[in-house]
Design a binder for this molecule. Sequence first.
Ligand code: DAT
Ligand code: MG
Length: 139
Amino acid sequence: MKTNRTFTMIKPDAVAAGNIGGILDMITKGGFKIVALKYTALSAEKAGLFYEVHKERPFYQGLVDFMSSGPIVAAILEKDNAIADFRALIGATNPADAAEGTIRKKYAKSIGENAVHGSDSDENADIEGNFFFSAFERF
Ligand code: DAT
Ligand code: MG
């Protein structure tokens, strides 16, 4: 099902560095409408569930530790072609490979601490949005 929505998190590194405003500015200037927004944190258990698809990967424990290390900002974003356009706006997973003008190029520290999450499919955007937001918290 195509929804024109994606899900994002501003990760603990970017929140700690004071980059919430800068990242939300790039998101809205990129043409995305914020339809849900929350300042929150993931417990290690919840971070483990969110990233369960990666549980056999060598970086999984480090990812869970990092994602539960401090507050995050979760949001649902709306735009035509939201999934692909947002993946383009955030840039490559490894900031060393991220294109100029992308969020990760500007704000990510490393492949692990890479400032933002972006859903990889309509189906996962829906699952991930539901992980954080009730029906009363989205518009
Ligand atoms: P993306 O966040 O670009 O969708 P992914 O889904 O492959 O990337 O991985 C999820 C997160 O896991 C990623 O944002 C950071 C971390 N990660 C991925 N590959 C990694 C690696 N080789 N070393 C350390 N962390 C990694
Ligand atoms: Mg991914």
